[in-house]
Design a protein around this ligand. Structure first.
Ligand SMILES: [Co+2]
Length: 456
């Protein structure tokens, strides 16, 4: 999911900036901060398996399963997947998946993402035993949450790629993806579940599209679709996205974003300036071009979209990762921080603007029911607070909770500055946009790309 960079909205909503002082009511379970001090709960579960070679049997099985079902455009780049393993798995997942991920792995021993050394002078970090100790202390509580959510993401996207075909009804596709996510993560109130609606933005639409009731749109055979979904455990969010396209003429467009995201991930590190990542991303994206029906198009990054830091129950916790050079983001990345790196490559102007209709909404972090002047809208306020807290939601999820005739009240909550709308964001008509996104954490000794899989 994306940061809403619409200027007007930022101005009329000053609350949005005060994210550091969250309202308790909207932040249940926020007790596990990402920079936690370590609660002495690390039972040495990790067994140091992150670095070693893993059971070749389980590894190859994982690879084979995934590769056979990915869209062919994402097969090309062979990935180092040594760290992603099913080691510690009690039993195998079925196909299609039916077993909650909790039951697949013993003692919260979820697969580790790809661990990568920090660039340049930070490479010595990984060998420092003190740092590794600090890491276990700091992150022993939250890493299992993130790794489990990431494993669910991998399994669900593999499942989705097996059934997504041109002609599929997007509503059905989103429902299937969301139901699978709920099952695999053992969804439970605000303790575990979906972090935001399943985005399936198509062609010139870059982000924040998911079908509302009555939208019968189906996937076209040359559509460029961005699948963007997120999961969380106790507020710790995995935000990851990829592009699906069945027409090979768009392969270079997909490659531009995939390589840019990978380059940014590679360059990420403690003390790295966010503006420097923007420059890298822009350079990689602009080094590509794509020929569509006889015409060669330049490819550009979308300058008013960005990656973002993640906080507990907070999809955008303050820092942005620009996609172009020359921004004011002199801020640096810091140890312990969690980031969603996402890049968007476009054949259009490289600028998105709001579209209709809106499907993504999110309660503001510092809001209060006292702002809701119409008593008839108050029950909806409570439904949103109880089910989604400060996480994003969509009308489809209100339908699912048997809410009816909520549109007027939802509009009232938006007008009262209690709920913020996140409309679809699109580049110019006739353009095409690709996206790839990973969530990574800056551990003391190395970075871990949590959502990495064999597919992307
Ligand atoms: Co995101």
């Amino acid at each position: 999911m994306q940061e809403n960079q619409n200027q007007n909205q930022n101005q009329q909503n000053p609350n949005q900036q005060k994210q550091q002082n969250p309202n308790q009511k909207n932040k249940p379970k926020a007790k596990n901060k990402p920079k936690g001090k370590g609660k002495g709960k690390g039972k040495g579960k990790g067994k140091g398996k992150g670095k070693g070679k893993n059971n070749p049997k389980t590894e190859s099985k994982y690879k084979e399963k995934t590769e056979s079902k990915q869209p062919k455009s994402s097969k090309k780049e062979a990935r180092k997947t040594e760290n992603i393993t099913s080691e510690g798995a009690k039993q195998e997942q079925t196909s299609p998946p039916t077993i909650p991920v909790d039951e697949l792995f013993e003692d919260k021993n979820f697969p580790i993402g790809i661990e990568m050394e920090y660039p340049n002078d930070n490479t010595s970090r990984i060998t420092n035993e003190e740092l590794r100790m600090k890491e276990r202390m700091m992150l022993s509580d939250i890493l299992p949450y993130l790794r489990k959510a990431a494993e669910v993401h991998r399994q669900t996207r593999q499942f989705a790629n097996a059934f997504i075909r041109p002609g599929i009804k997007l509503w059905d596709m989103c429902v299937e993806i969301e139901e699978m996510n709920r099952k695999l993560i053992s969804a439970q109130g605000l303790e575990a579940g979906l972090a935001f609606p399943t985005g399936c933005s198509i062609n010139n639409c870059a982000a924040h599209y998911t079908p509302n009731k009555g939208d019968d749109r189906t996937l076209g055979k040359s559509d460029v679709m961005k699948i963007d979904f997120g999961l969380h455990i106790n507020g710790y969010i995995i935000d990851s996205a990829y592009t699906v396209c069945f027409d090979p003429k768009f392969d270079p467009l997909l490659k531009a974003s995939r390589e840019a995201t990978n380059a940014a991930v590679k360059a990420a590190g403690i003390d790295v300036r966010l503006c420097d990542l923007g420059e890298i991303i822009q350079e990689v994206i602009e080094s590509h071009e794509v020929e569509i029906d006889g015409k060669v198009h330049n490819i550009v990054p979308i300058q008013n979209l960005s990656g973002h830091s993640l906080g507990p129950y907070e999809i955008h916790s303050g820092k942005s990762v620009p996609l172009v050079k020359g921004t004011e983001q002199k801020t640096r990345m810091e140890e312990g921080e969690l980031f969603a790196f996402e890049t968007f490559a476009s054949t259009g102007k490289g600028v998105v603007s709001d579209e209709n209709p809106t499907s993504h909404y999110m309660m503001r972090p510092d809001t209060s029911i006292s702002l809701v002047t119409n008593p008839k809208a108050r029950p909806l306020y409570h439904v949103i607070e109880k089910n989604f807290g400060t996480l994003a939601f969509c009308p489809r999820w209100l339908d699912r909770l048997d809410q009816t005739r909520y549109l007027f009240n939802l509009k009232h909550l938006v007008d009262s500055n209690v709920v913020r709308p996140y409309p679809p964001l699109s580049d110019i008509n006739g353009s095409f946009v690709s996206q790839f996104e990973h969530t990574l954490i800056l551990k003391p000794s190395c970075k871990e790309v949590l959502s990495k899989g064999d597919d992307y």
